[in-house]
Every structure is written in C-alpha cells, then in structure tokens.
Design a protein around this ligand. Sequence first.
Ligand SMILES: [Ca+2]
Ligand SMILES: [Ca+2]
Length: 189
Amino acid sequence: MTNKDNSCIKGAFTSKSKTDQTLRSLKEENEALRKHFPGRSCLGCFGDWEVHGEKCYYFTTTKSSWNVSRAGCKDKGGDLVKIDSREEQIFLERRLRGKMEEAEDKFWIGLTDSEEEGRWVWVDGSPLDTGLTFWSKGDPDNWSGGNPAGEDCVRMGERGGAADLKCWSYKSCNIPHKSICEQESGHYC
Ligand SMILES: [Ca+2]
Ligand SMILES: [Ca+2]
C-alpha cells in the first residue's frame, strides 16, 4: 500500500468521525429546539397550561388545602405535579421564583405521607425515590407547632432562588397554598 492510499483511508476515517460529530450536535440542537419551540414538534398545551418537554404545567393563582388543590388539578384533566427528574425540579424551581409574592407563597406538589408517617408517596402511587429529593434544610421534620396532627404534605418554592435546588418543605395539608398541576402535553398536527 502506498503512502497515498494510507492517507486516503485516514482521510476517510477523519471525515466519518466528523460526520458523526456533526450528526450528534444536530441531534442535540434538534432536541433543544423541540423543547423551546413545541409547535415544531406538534406538542402543545391548552389555555393557561405551560408546555415543558412533553408535559404541561398549570400554576394556580388561588390558594387551597392540599386535597382541594389536588381535586382542582384533576378537574382540569391533570393531577398535582410529580417531580421525575432533576431537570423537572430545575424548571419548576426557576419558574416559581417569578410567581411567589412573598416567602411563604409556596406551591403544593403531589407528594404526601398522609397514609403512613414517613412513607412518601407521589399522587400516581409511586414511592419517593430517595436519590431524587430536594428538601429544604431542616425538613422533613413533621413539626406539630402549627397543627397537632403534624405535617403530611409537601410544597415547594424559594422566592430568591433555592441553594442547590433544595426548596421542598413539609406542611400541614390543611394550610391553603397555591399549587402546580401537571398533565401530558397534547399533539396538535
Ligand atoms: Ca413530572
Ligand atoms: Ca407527617
């Protein structure tokens, strides 16, 4: 084999690896665009619901107990939000900063241990993944100062932004709070 042949083969390899690299970055770009311009991938949400990834989110503006908040989400076709990833926590934590009017203006999420103390369950019945929790410092402490029954429901939000995303706090379920509902996004093509 001549040197010329060798360099041809080498060139072909370099070019293949460049093509792979370009393909990879195009895929990433496409994914990013799909998230930012849901219309392009035919994903969308009705009315005041906000699209993010493949889900729709609704942030209430009125305050209710955890149970009434959950019923409100169900009436709208969803349920209280379940946080499935760090990425979803990042989205919600950032979104709430602009919505909270004061420090205690936190939002109910779909997590509770009302059935059995310390056994955390999401609204879809799945157990809390202990590797994916974002408790504020000191929580969950089941403080009974506000309600003798203690606390069983989880709310989130830190108006000034949460350190390391940690902004879940435990509260008595009867306290009125705003809430975050979630449902699958629709396909509109
Ligand atoms: Ca979710
Ligand atoms: Ca409790």
